[in-house]
Write a protein that binds this ligand. Structure first.
Ligand code: ADP
Ligand code: MG
Length: 620
């Protein structure tokens, strides 16, 4: 044997496996490539699923998984479930009120467990630590690197929070992968030839996501995503819980509302409902029996699948609506789709599969275990990164538009929603006011027209020599890496001085205020009255719109035609009376109408500003 031959590379990057993690709202899974196969790993009891539940005992070790789930009944305020909701929420959706205590005061969102305060990142880190241990026990090697999946709509801060949680758990997060992309990998879609479009339908415990992906010879791209973070198996459980309780109280002539019963009674009922639901995925009926259930009385109810399916109708209609929306956004027809993939435990329900068949007009692919596909895809991605599996490129998209605030408080989009990442784009901006000596660049994320309706990711002031209006030039460049992490560069074009915005990349500092703030902002309405919030938000918009329209009419009023003027005036009156009515939904609609009515007026204003600037420069 020649010298050096047969010597193993002991570099940790090649000897330690990268694990793939599906960090789910309800259930989490971990896997790795073993002997060339992507596998989901089990604990010593053979359990592959780790419920995403964390129990914090008064003293002693934190408990994660099924054991923690059992503690939920006894210690509901010490047991944290669905923490992923506290990290990620679809923008514009209402907040969520868990059983445990969440405080949004003090500069960040925290879960309060008696005397302890825990951030969502810290709690997620407990789940990730448990998954890391599970993998280490199963693989019998230590593990330090991971691929973690997140919903396709997760924004920058939510992705970073996930990375931060991984690092807190002692894992280097090699890649964040979107869940639908992971699912498509697990279904082997990357091995199909040519150009294909597929739908990924993911109905889990508490969330629904639908995505349209495009593959081109193994290269993926998410064309569109839609969904609802308040729709899933939990709703179906509640439906059956209510059914069981109403049957039980009718037969036994009990008039107490379920909400007024002991927590253990409700927990028992939920358990029974869930297993009945699972049985109804196979059988036409499910018998539920709970001896000495309440007040010494037995519960005996037979649930019928048909009845359950009738109850699901409203939920399924919402799913179908999102599917159509996603197809519309991606500009595809059902006939363009070469596969419909099922993801999430709730897609085991027969009527859900029927819905998928109807809306995408084809048989769904049932070849994989729907509650494991995301984890399996994460493992495939891990295998690709460590070189133990086939090679392919993954392409993702930006889930939300990214841009900056410009004159008049408007959102100027630089990277539109659904741009393929990694991505880079830039624009040159100029000063709006005479004598201005700095430009404030506010980085925004969202789809709303007004800057303040979108999320602020950060801001930077770019100084320049005092300039008259339209003279200073600042180039702003956005670049997003493969993890969906954003870097913003602002350049003073005169001096070539660059300012790179402190939106940290993957090695995010957990205590970072901006990340905390973003997470807080994404959930800070969690405890507010929904209707009140809708109204307040709408009123903010009206307060901005009305004076702006007033000013524009004063400046340009005589240049617009009577018909347009009439429409604008009517819309203004509408907004004012909606303001008086205190009706949020009505005000929102009135604002939108006014927005639309003044669209032309706004572009006239811009034209006018451009003309003026050209005149000043002597161009015309
Ligand atoms: P998540 O992605 O939200 O973490 P999962 O994909 O693991 O969740 O889905 C969990 C949900 O799937 C739960 O509501 C569970 O009750 C439901 N589920 C699992 N198996 C079945 C089944 N056989 N029939 C109906 N629902 C099921
Ligand atoms: Mg899931």
């Amino acid at each position: 044997m020649r010298e050096g031959q047969g010597i193993m590379d002991t570099d940790v990057s090649t000897s330690s496996p990268i694990i793939g993690i599906d960090l789910g709202t309800t259930n989490s899974l971990v896997g790795a490539v073993v002997s060339g196969f992507p596998l989901v790993l089990a604990d010593s009891a053979g359990e592959q699923n780790t419920p995403s539940v964390v129990y914090f005992p008064e003293d002693g070790e934190v408990v994660v998984g099924s054991a923690a789930e059992r503690m939920k009944v006894l210690h509901p305020t010490r047991t944290v479930h669905s923490v992923k909701r506290l990290i990620g929420q679809r923008p514009g959706e209402p907040g969520w009120q868990p059983d445990y205590q969440v405080d949004s005061s003090g500069g960040g969102l925290v879960v309060r467990i008696a005397e302890r305060m825990l951030t969502p990142v810290e709690i997620s880190a407990e789940i990730l630590s448990a998954l890391k241990r599970k993998a280490e026990e199963s693989l019998e090697v230590s593990v330090s690197r991971a691929v973690i999946t997140v919903p396709a709509y997760f924004n920058d801060a939510q992705r970073k929070a996930t990375i931060a949680a991984g690092e807190m758990a002692g894992l280097t997060v090699e890649r964040i992968v979107s869940e639908p992309t992971a699912a498509a990998l697990a279904y082997g879609m990357d091995r199909r030839e040519g150009r294909q479009k597929i739908a990924v339908f993911d109905l889990g415990g508490g969330t629904f996501d639908v995505s349209i992906l495009e593959m081109n010879d193994g290269v993926f791209q998410v064309l569109a995503t839609a969904g609802d973070t308040r729709l899933g198996g939990d709703d179906f459980d509640r439906l059956l819980v209510d059914k069981l309780w109403s049957e039980f109280s009718r037969v036994n002539e009990i008039s107490i509302p379920l909400a007024d019963t002991e927590v253990t009674v409700r927990a028992q009922l939920l358990d029974a409902a869930k297993s009945a639901k699972h049985r109804l995925s196979i059988d036409d009926t499910a018998e539920v029996e709970l001896p000495f259930f309440f007040d010494g009385k037995h519960l005996e109810v037979t649930l019928a699948r048909q009845q359950f399916e009738d109850g699901l109708k409203g939920f399924l209609d919402r799913c179908a609506g999102h599917c159509r929306q996603a197809m519309m956004d991606a500009d595809v027809e059902p006939a363009d789709l070469s596969a419909a993939l099922l993801v999430g435990g709730s897609t085991r329900i027969p009527v859900v599969r029927r819905l998928v068949r109807e809306v995408f007009e084809q048989e769904p692919d049932t070849s994989q275990n729907p509650d494991q596909v995301v984890a399996k895809g994460a493992v495939v991605q891990a295998g690709i990164l460590e070189g133990s599996l086939r090679n392919l490129v993954l392409v993702d998209v930006t889930p939300r538009s990214l841009g900056i605030e410009t004159f008049g408080g408007l959102m100027n989009v630089i990277l539109p929603r659904n741009s393929t990442i990694p991505a880079k784009a830039g624009e040159v901006f100029t000063n709006a006011v005479d004598g201005q000596s700095a430009m404030r660049v506010r980085i925004l994320q969202g789809e709303r027209e007004m800057a303040k309706d979108n999320w602020e990711l950060g801001r930077v002031d770019v100084p320049f020599a005092a300039a008259s209006r339209g003279q200073a030039r600042v180039g702003v460049q956005f670049s997003i890496d493969a993890n969906g992490v954003l870097e913003v560069l602002a350049r003073n074009i005169q001096t070539n001085q660059d300012t790179v915005l402190q939106i940290e990349n993957s090695a995010v500092d957990v205590a970072d205020e901006r990340v905390e703030k973003m997470i807080e902002e994404s959930v800070d309405h969690a405890f507010e009255d929904m209707a009140g919030r809708v109204f307040t938000e709408a009123k903010l918009k009206s307060d901005e719109l009305l004076p702006a329209v007033d000013a524009a009419l004063t400046a340009l009023g005589d240049e617009i035609d009577v018909e347009m003027r009439g429409r604008i005036d009517a819309a203004v009156v509408n907004v004012r009376s909606a303001l008086e009515s205190q009706d949020g939904a009505r005000l929102k609609a009135a604002n939108r109408e006014l927005d639309e009515a003044t669209e032309e007026l706004a572009s006239l204003l811009v034209e006018r500003a451009m003309l003026e600037s050209m005149e000043r420069k002597g161009l015309i």
